[in-house]
Ligand binder design. Sequence first.
Ligand SMILES: [Zn+2]
Length: 256
Amino acid sequence: MRGMRRPGLSLVLRVLMAAAALAALAACAPGFQRNPLADDVKISPNVSARRVSLVVIHHTSSSSHESALRTLRDPLREVSAHYLIARDGRLIQLVDEADRAWHAGRARWGAITDVNSASIGIELDNNGDEPFPAAQMAALYRLLDDLRARHRLTPLAYVGHADVAPGRKVDPSAHFPWREMALRGFGLWCDPPLAAAPAGFDVALGLQALGYELASPDAAAMAFALHYGAPQAGLAALDPALVACLVAQARAVTEP
Ligand SMILES: [Zn+2]
């Protein structure tokens, strides 16, 4: 009955209260997505962004970053990456880091089977058969320093597309300077002379311990060889001492 007597005031109050509630929500959690199934929203401040645990490096196979941009923004191509770095070092962001970009495709690294959900994808504009210019690498290192600080990444977080999709992808090419990356803390590296592998060391299991998927051990070995500058001739051609050295380095990161 009161509502019928003063419908105007009631409506104004309801609108004001709804606006205040919305403002409070927005103040607490910008971009908060309410699930319509939820009966109530009681926002907790005890959250942080979801963990990014991998950075996947690609080359675009393009002759220009404008051409790469067209592909990475074409709804019909259904591919994207968080960042594209042009040959001159210009850094272009295409996807919010909080969102899942579509760069890895069918891929796996260790226990991670949904690589796109766990990673940030970086495309380096490069036709696959040319060195990566110094300006482009400088921009990459600047970005990787920033990602490492914000996402608290260890040296194990940096992989190539070929590493997570052996037998299917070969980017970034052999021109990519993984050794210099590792010297900056982005990845692992072992220089000779190498200590002999422990007796009975299993090279395939070593690759698996590093993160490689073993569905095809030879494909995993080729991806490993591309990354670490070893002869690309299958599992039997890999130097057990190199694999063992990298496994020991990885253990030192995870079990310091
Ligand atoms: Zn790729």
